[in-house]
Design a protein around this ligand. Structure first.
Ligand SMILES: *Cc1c(COP(=O)(O)O)cnc(C)c1O
Length: 371
């Protein structure tokens, strides 16, 4: 059984404009203060898949509720994967996205792990283009704002037997996002959970799937209750090494050594596009880059010795967030009031300057969406 074929490649997208597009005044009011993930544009992309017909019926239509049979597989066995990327408006009004092939390839890897069908890289990028073109007026232009794009795939065969579903659907929706840090980049405190794991050996940690997030919500609540912004997970096998946050990768700056360290990809860590881009930018600056295990003991000892000078988390939504302190009931590493580190801020500035077209795109990371 092959789940990889696009039957008609590349797909043709049928366009049915929404009959009730929001008025300009309403849209502008939303774009003035969009928040994150609260408002959605006027349209969405849908592509259906069946085991016999492959991918078919690619279309752009009005944004609106899905109709799912109560027996739909996704509702019972969590066969679901997603992606997250952004459309950025440049100074000249043009609209771009960042390394979309990376997201497309990761969706393919996630699909393989969750026994869902793979969508071609070309069809993935075209689906994003189609949506951004029809909803281009929803791409904000205020500093550090963007249109967050959420491609996702669900199993939607109506069958309660436990096996890979024989029907699926891929969607893209879009949500305007304001600047993550409205008044300067603020360092956060992170909660270390030793009770819960995010992913085990051979599990789904490297796949971007809803199930990973569902299991991170309880420790995330514990983090909030303890005044922390996010939760850090350790490797499930030994409970000694840093894996990642619920939805962000982690980096350590060894200032004196001019070295940037991040946990290696063990299979339980999600391979972030931001992570990969930061590794490249650090190499470009002449920093030594290491992907290796980092233990909690090393974190504690090398912050104490002064070797680790900065710690930060990264992901598409917040780009780079400085970590001031790691804590739980038995430990506190770092100073909760520490300001954002110099290298943290420099990498953040450089990455966002590339994304917003303020610096040359020397690695060919940008793809134009509006033309
Ligand atoms: C999406 C995600 C990240 C960040 O990946 P980016 O491609 O940089 O946005 C990190 N960890 C997890 C668990 C994620 O789901």
């Amino acid at each position: 059984m092959s789940q990889t074929d696009s039957t008609t490649y590349p797909l043709h997208f049928a366009l049915t404009p929404s009959p009730d597009v929001r008025a300009e005044a309403e849209r502008e009011a939303i774009l003035a203060d969009p928040g994150f993930g609260k408002h959605f544009t006027d349209h969405m992309v849908t592509i259906d898949w069946t085991i016999d017909g492959g991918w078919h019926d690619a279309r752009v239509g009005a944004y609106g509720p899905l109709q799912l049979d109560p027996a739909s597989a996704v509702l019972h066995y969590a066969q679901e994967i997603f992606e997250g990327l952004k459309a950025y408006r440049h100074e000249d009004g043009s609209i771009w996205t960042f390394r979309p092939a990376k997201n497309a390839e990761r969706l393919q890897r996630s699909a393989r792990r969750l026994a869902l069908p793979e969508l071609s890289v070309e069809d993935f990028i075209e689906s994003v283009k189609q949506l951004v073109q029809i909803d281009s007026s929803w791409v904000p232009s205020t500093p550090e704002s963007s249109l967050y794009l959420r491609p996702f795939m669900i199993a939607n065969e109506n069958f309660l037997g436990v096996r890979a579903a024989q029907a699926a659907a891929f969607y893209v929706i879009a949500s305007p996002a304001g600047a993550y840090f409205a008044d300067g980049v603020a360092p956060v405190k992170i909660w270390l959970t030793t009770e819960y794991s995010r992913a085990g050996r051979g599990g789904t940690g490297a796949a971007k799937c809803g199930g990973n997030y569902a299991s991170s919500l309880l420790p995330q609540m514990e983090a909030y209750e303890n005044g922390c912004a996010q939760v850090l997970f350790l490797d499930a096998e030994t409970g000694s090494h840093v894996d990642e946050l619920g939805g962000m990768n982690v980096f350590f700056v060894f200032g004196e050594a001019n070295t940037l360290v991040t946990p290696r990809l063990t299979g339980s860590i999600l391979e972030g596009v931001t992570r990969d881009s930061i590794l490249q930018l650090a190499r470009d600056r002449g920093m030594t880059v290491e992907e290796r295990d980092v233990s909690i003991d090393e974190w504690r000892d090398e912050v104490a010795s002064g070797a680790i000078t900065e710690v930060f988390a990264c992901g598409t939504a917040a780009v780079i967030t400085p970590i001031a302190q790691l804590k739980n009931a038995n430990l506190e590493i770092g100073d909760a009031d520490a300001p954002a580190g110099e290298i943290t801020l420099a990498l953040r500035q450089e990455l966002t300057d590339i994304q917003y077209g303020r610096l040359p795109d020397r690695h060919g990371w940008l793809t134009r969406l509006d033309a």
